[in-house]
Design a protein around this ligand. Structure first.
Ligand code: PEP
Ligand code: MN
Length: 339
């Protein structure tokens, strides 16, 4: 970190800053210019206490970090892209992962029909929430453990790998028994105890971006999982809150490109939560391929008008099939193939 001292600070005050820097375990190198003195604090910022508290000293103008706050998630720490394997199915690398299925698991019949339809159209993973994070307590909260049982049946019938959300630490074991990938939803993206509990299962974790989370904060969420000893993290851009109301969220495809540059972790896109409108989903899927995403997670329902959650953004089987066919030229142009 660099500590910038205010102009004309007396020597004694500069010495005080140097002493504080060294007390916190850094080596201090003062550099005096014509107006300013800066103190370069040498040491690993990710393992030492932050020097930002020095801003409280009256002679300090500002404190500038030099290192990134995330380490294990950074591409600097691992230049080659990570491929995460979920029960043998890859996410990342040259493949392109398609995860599809209903927002919520609603019934055995509907889930099996959806699983067969998405598999026929090219999906490898079945998504479906058994535990649903709903804004209102009066809305459908998911089938819970019964939903997990239906997901296991769907896996048995189709061989699709299962992606389902972990909403609470209490359900960690139950969800881990069923899930090939544990989804951590946007509302829990900074629930650090939940991230650590999920990480400890050893299962791959799909970490959604929080509703108003900065890229750095999102990567620090991933860092919690990685530093808990689980290297299998998949990041998922699902739109952020902005002033726009035409779409439910603003799908931040720039963040996908940025995170692919900043991190070695695979990044997928959720266009369904990303825009909240089924009619825009196919276009956003193509955009996700174009910006270098490693896969998609798409909400598909046999009859979206009757869905118990997120009906407006779920595509039906015909639109999903069309969307998948429409993606092929984009996949070939970027040298990707669906896995
Ligand atoms: C979902 O995938 O249905 C969901 C609730 O996602 P998010 O956490 O991104 O809102
Ligand atoms: Mn949903």
């Amino acid at each position: 970190m660099i500590v910038v001292i205010k102009p004309h600070a007396p020597e004694a005050q500069i010495a005080e800053v140097i002493a504080e820097v060294e007390k916190l375990g850094y080596t201090a190198h003062p550099i005096s210019g014509e107006r300013h003195t800066v103190v370069a604090a040498i040491g690993d910022e990710t393992t030492h206490h932050t020097l930002e508290s020095l801003n409280a000293l009256p002679q300090v103008e500002r404190v500038l970090p030099v290192q990134k706050r995330y380490k294990l998630a950074s591409r600097e720490s691992r230049p080659e892209s990570t491929v995460v394997y979920a029960d043998g199915a890859p996410v990342g690398g040259s493949g392109f992962a398609i995860m599809a299925g209903p927002c919520s698991v609603e019934s055995e019949e509907g889930l099996l029909a959806t699983a067969c339809a998405v598999k026929a159209a090219g999906a490898t993973f079945l998504r479906g929430g058994a535990f649903k994070p709903r804004t209102s307590p009066y809305e459908f909260q998911g089938l819970g453990k019964e939903g997990l049982r239906l997901l296991r049946i769907a896996k048995q019938e189709t061989g699709l790998k299962i992606v389902t959300e972990l909403l609470s630490e209490h359900d960690t074991d139950a969800v881990a028994e069923t899930a090939d990938i544990i989804q951590i939803g946007a509302r829990n993206a900074q629930n650090f105890r939940l991230l650590v509990a999920a990480a400890r299962t050893g299962k791959p974790i799909l970490l959604k971006r929080g509703l108003s989370q900065r890229i750095e904060e999102w990567l620090l969420g991933a860092e919690y999982i990685l530093s808990s000893g689980n290297p299998n993290v998949i990041l998922c851009e699902r739109g952020i809150r902005t002033f726009e109301t035409y779409t439910r969220n603003t799908l931040d495809l720039a963040a996908v490109a940025a995170v692919k540059r900043e991190s070695h972790l695979p990044v997928i896109v959720d266009p369904s939560q990303g825009c909240g409108r089924a009619d825009l989903v196919p276009t956003l899927c193509a955009g996700a391929v174009a910006v270098g995403a490693d896969g998609l997670i798409i909400e598909v329902h046999p009859n979206p008008a009757e869905a118990l959650s997120d009906g407006q953004q779920q595509v039906d089987f015909a639109l999903f099939d069309k969307l998948m066919k429409g993606l092929q030229p984009f996949l070939s142009a970027t040298g990707r193939t669906t896995v």
